[in-house]
Design a protein around this ligand. Sequence first.
Ligand code: G
Ligand code: G
Ligand code: MN
Length: 402
Amino acid sequence: MSHEPPGSPAARLLVVDDEAVQRLIVARAAETLGIAADGAASLAEALERVQAIAYDVVVLDLGLREHDGIELLRSLRQSGSDAAVVFVSGFDERVRQAAARLAAALGLRVAGTLGKPLLVDRLVALLRALPERTGANGAEEAAEIDPALLAAAIDNEEIVCLFQPKVALRDRRLTGVEVLSRWRSPALGLVRPDRFIPLAERCGLIDRLTDRIMAQALRRFRPWRQERPELTLAVNLSPISLTDLSLPERVSAALAESGVPPAALVLEVTEGAVMADYVTAADIMTRLRIRGVKLSIDDFGTGHASLLSLLRLPFSELKIDQSFVRTCLNDPEAPKIIRAVVSLARELGLQLVAEGIETEPVAELLTRLGCVIGQGYLFAPPLSHAALDERLRAAVWAEAVR
Ligand code: G
Ligand code: G
Ligand code: MN
């Protein structure tokens, strides 16, 4: 319980609990692992400490007097902390799970949850297996790429389209593909979209990039569609694109150029993109729909959109986010949420896609819950056009995925 900065590189833990005995139990457990432990008896004390010291672990009692402990999560995040969080609570498992989800949503690492009375062995096990560091709030991000390099790459077609299959869960039939782009840079190697898309957005290159990706994807897609008229092509849109009133014309031009019918194209947009400038987004989306293009809500359940505002827009598809899919076997809440989304989609006539399916048991549960279409590593990762071509031509799809 000292105020000195850590004298050694050993891990440092903060236990926040209003009961002195609990603080002592946690501190003793930590010390057996060589982890230095500080204690805070109140939220105020904890806030002061996390601003001063970069903790590796915070063990947080959710039932602090007059406070809910959740406030501390926000402060941790704001202070740039990279601490892993362990929740302790006498509340039921649902409350602990909700807190854990909140922390994860805030970008904090969750090490686990513990009930009361505290089982020291469980705590020690959690502390031994702390989740990997993400790098303090992304502060250790890779160096900024020169925008001129990206601009040249766009013109030189260094940005390539990969295609991830969407399949009907019942018979594993291919129903469409989603375009996920990659930058194959001679200078930088393979660059992932989470690195170059935000850069393109900041540097005013995103429209050019989107046009190029769309043109390339449509060109690749055309022969597949001619062979299999039921297939759709999904392209992700940047939120910036939903502020550009010329988007519908640009999309129509790309479609006309490629000879792909508008109904084969699905544009995926996230909740956040829609809510940033709702009126403009609604304008653009309505005009896209009038032109026959389909719209999909991507990463559904992760944004902060008002459900009503979202569902009044002319969407044709809803993609339930990977986070619900991945946890559906372990998190007792997830199947309930999925079932509710299934019935919502059904009522509104939206096609429902479950993303991030990695295992057969997950696919089976989702099918049972009423999901019709799935996407994920179980079926296929994002594939090059040549690889997809091969599998389509060989007609091995349905057998290969089982
Ligand atoms: O496939 P991957 O893990 O690398 O994709 C990471 C993120 O980048 C995803 O959120 C995906 O939607 C986004 N993304 C991938 N390709 C594109 C693209 O061509 N345009 C836009 N706007 N986003 C993309
Ligand atoms: O944000 P969006 O849903 O467009 O992006 C999909 C992202 O998910 C891409 O980065 C893609 O590479 C990734 N992805 C696709 N299938 C799986 C999967 O089964 N598991 C995981 N972890 N990621 C996946
Ligand atoms: Mn997507």
